[in-house]
Design a protein around this ligand. Structure first.
Ligand code: NAP
Ligand code: F7E
Length: 343
C-alpha cells in the first residue's frame, strides 16, 4: 500500500486529493493545525476513528513554520509521495501579512525539501505552484512564460517554485511544480471571490441578506473545478521524470461575468444587490489569467471535465442547500452565520 503525506489536507484541494488517494487505496497522512475551533469540516466525511479497523486517513498536528517536527513526521511516516498544499493562500490577505506569507508559503516549501534531503527520503514531492506567479505577464500563460509576481503571495510562491527546482537539480529529488490556475468548488474558502458570490447570492435569494460587496469586477480568471485539478497533481507524481506543468481550462471570464451568471441563475437582478467596496481592491492587481495547458494534455493526458457553466451550477446548487439550512436556523431564532467577514 502506497503512503502519501499531505500538507493542507484541511483545505479545499487537500480534501479532494485525500478523497482521490483513499479511493486509489493509499494510506493518507495529513498535517493539521491545532485550532480552538474545529477545522476539519472538509475531511470529516473521510475520517474513521483510528481505533476502528480499516482507518486509512491519519491526521498529525504540526505547522509549516516548525521544521524539526516536519522532519520527525516525515521520518516516521516515510511516505512515497508528498503533496505540499499547505499555504497562506489568500492573495489579498498577503498584503496585510507579507512576512507571515513569506514564512509559510515560501519557506514552508524549503522546510519540507530540507527534511527530505536530510532524512535521505526516497519520495516524490509535489509543490502547489500558482498562476498568480505570472502576475502581469500577458495571456496566454504557459510553462515558458516569465513570472511577474504582483503580490507578497505570488512572490512567496515564486521562491517556492525555484527552490523546488533547485532541490531537483542539486540533490536529484523528484520535485514537481504544478502551476495551477484558479480552481473552485462548493468547498472553496468563503472569502475567495467565486464562493463569496455563490454564498451571498443564495443567501439573498432566501432573504437572509440584501447586498454583496465586491472589489474589482473587471479582473479575469481561468476558473476550473478543484476535483479535476487534483487528478492532475496525482498524474504529475506518476511520471517517470519530474517536470513542471500548467493546469488550466484555457477559458477566461471576468468577476462581473461570474457574478452576473450566478444572479441570473437565481432569477435575481444583479444590479440591485452588488455594491463596489474599495476595501476589496488590491494594491496591485493581476488583470488577466488564461492558461495554456497543452503540455499537461500531451504528457499527462489531462484535461478538465467540468466547464465554467457546470462549475457555477454545482456551486449555486450546493450553496442554495446551505442557505436553506441557515434559513431554518434563522427562522428558529438563531443568528445567521457568515455575516461578519473582514476580507
Ligand atoms: P486553502 O483552502 O486555503 O487551504 C490551505 C491549507 O493550508 C489549509 O489546510 C490550511 O490549514 C493550511 N495551512 C495554512 N497555514 C498553515 C500553516 N502555517 N501550517 C500548516 N498548514 C497551514 O487552499 P487551496 O485552495 O486548497 O489551495 C491549496 C494549495 O494550492 C495552496 O498552496 C494554494 O496556495 C495553492 N493554489 C491554489 C489555487 C486555487 O485556485 N485554489 C491555485 C493555485 C495554487 P487550516 O485549514 O488550518 O487553515
Ligand atoms: O480573487 C477579484 C480579485 O481571491 C479573484 C487563490 O486560490 O487563485 C486564488 O487567488 C479576483 C481578483 O482569487 C473580490 O481582485 C473582486 O482579481 O478569488 P480570489 P485569486 O486572488 O485569483 C490563485 C491561483 C491562487 O493561487 C490563490 O491561492 O477577484 N475580486 N472582488 C475579489 N476577490 C475577493 N477575494 N473578494 C472580493 O470581494
Amino acid at each position: 500500500m502506497k503512503k502519501a503525506f499531505l500538507t493542507g489536507v484541511t483545505g479545499q484541494d487537500g480534501s479532494y486529493l485525500a478523497e482521490l488517494l483513499l479511493n486509489k487505496g493509499y494510506e493518507v497522512h495529513g498535517l493539521i493545525r491545532r485550532s480552538s475551533t474545529f477545522n476539519t469540516d472538509r475531511i470529516d466525511h473521510l475520517y474513521r476513528d483510528v481505533h476502528e479497523s480499516g482507518a486509512k486517513l491519519f491526521l498529525h498536528y504540526g505547522d509549516l513554520s516548525v521544521s524539526g517536527q516536519l522532519m520527525d513526521l516525515l521520518h516516521s511516516i516515510s511516505p512515497q509521495e508528498i503533496y505540499h498544499l499547505g499555504a497562506q493562500s489568500h492573495v489579498r490577505v498577503s498584503f496585510d501579512m507579507p512576512e507571515y506569507t513569506a514564512d509559510i508559503t515560501g519557506l514552508g516549501t524549503l522546510r519540507i525539501l530540507e527534511a527530505i534531503r536530510k532524512i535521505g527520503l526516497k519520495t516524490k514531492f509535489y509543490q502547489a505552484s500558482s498562476s498568480e506567479m505570472f502576475g502581469a505577464a500577458p495571456p496566454p500563460q504557459s510553462e515558458k512564460t516569465i513570472f511577474q509576481p504582483r503580490s507578497p503571495y505570488a512572490a512567496a510562491k515564486v521562491y517556492a517554485y525555484h527552490i523546488a527546482q533547485n532541490y531537483r537539480d542539486a540533490y536529484g529529488i523528484f520535485a514537481v511544480n504544478g502551476i495551477l490556475f484558479n480552481h473552485e468548488s462548493p468547498r472553496r474558502g468563503e472569502t475567495f471571490v467565486t464562493r463569496k458570490i455563490t454564498r451571498a447570492a443564495t443567501q439573498i435569494k432566501l432573504g437572509l441578506k440584501d447586498k454583496l460587496y465586491l472589489g474589482n469586477l473587471e479582473a479575469k480568471r481561468d476558473w476550473g473545478f478543484a476535483g479535476d485539478f487534483v487528478e492532475a497533481m496525482w498524474l504529475m507524481l506518476q511520471q517517470e521524470k519530474p517536470d513542471d506543468f500548467v493546469i488550466a481550462t484555457g477559458e477566461t471570464h471576468s468577476v462581473r461575468e461570474f457574478a452576473e451568471k450566478v444572479f441570473a441563475k437565481l432569477n435575481l437582478d444583479y444590479n440591485k444587490h452588488v455594491v463596489i467596496d474599495p476595501r476589496y481592491f488590491r494594491p496591485t492587481e493581476v488583470d488577466v489569467l488564461l492558461g495554456d495547458a497543452d503540455k499537461a494534455k500531451k504528457t499527462l493526458g489531462w484535461k478538465p471535465k467540468i466547464n465554467f457553466n457546470e462549475l457555477i451550477d454545482m456551486m449555486v446548487t450546493a450553496d442554495l442547500e446551505l442557505a436553506k439550512k441557515e434559513k431554518t436556523l434563522v427562522d428558529a431564532g438563531f443568528p445567521c452565520t457568515n455575516s461578519q467577514r473582514i476580507i
